[in-house]
Design a protein around this ligand. Sequence first.
Ligand code: SAM
Length: 248
Amino acid sequence: PGILHVVATPIGHRDDISARAIETLKRVKVIAAEDTRHTRPLLQHLGIDTPLVALHDHNERTAVDGLVERMRGGDDVALVSDAGTPLISDPGFRLVRAARAAGLRVSPIPGASAVVAALSVAGLPSDRFIFEGFLSSKAGARRTRLNELAGEPRTLIFYESSHRIVESLEDMSAAFGADREAVVARELTKMFETVLDGSLASLVERVTADPNQQKGEFVVMVAGREEGEEERLAEGLRVFAILKEELP
Ligand code: SAM
């Protein structure tokens, strides 16, 4: 049977695609793409004329069956999204799940993803982090989620669009505290790449003051909650109580 290759494409700079990705996109029988109008120019740029089929959130259910059948029949398939790694806040979940359920091989061709690119330049703790994807577009649901995350000790990573960057930073400042350290990575690998760091209050101020800083695509990263003196003391006492029980 055929293989499903999950292929990362660039998040901005066109050259950020691996040699193996190019070779795979050339070789497979069909490329399942989030938006064929978006992927076609990339393929043209790379001199690739492999046929494309659409696979987006609205047709994923029906398109999946046909693709699984083709792989069963021996065709290799590549899955791409508009930018970065498929399934990371992008379509493809149903196809990958169906292919695995059918016992087909699913193999990654790794490459760019905005979440990892942003974290790699943020200078925030990166040994542990949580990826929250996009916050809700509804103010109430967004604030509720942020409040739930206020005690999270790991670095928090969010995707955000130009429509809501100011509101989201304001809501983060309210939920996590104005002094909490954060980093806004905008338009990574593109012409207007900007990485701003500082307290949430200072980021709200700078992004609000400069309309240029509200344009494009964003990854917002917020430092996790630092354990305060009080929590450290309480934790020390808790461990001591456990040890005391065990000691002769
Ligand atoms: N699958 C993609 C990935 O692997 O990163 C993410 C797709 S998601 C629909 C698009 C969001 O990713 C944008 O709204 C933004 O939050 C983030 N993003 C994508 N490209 C970016 C870039 N060049 N700079 C900053 N953020 C980016």
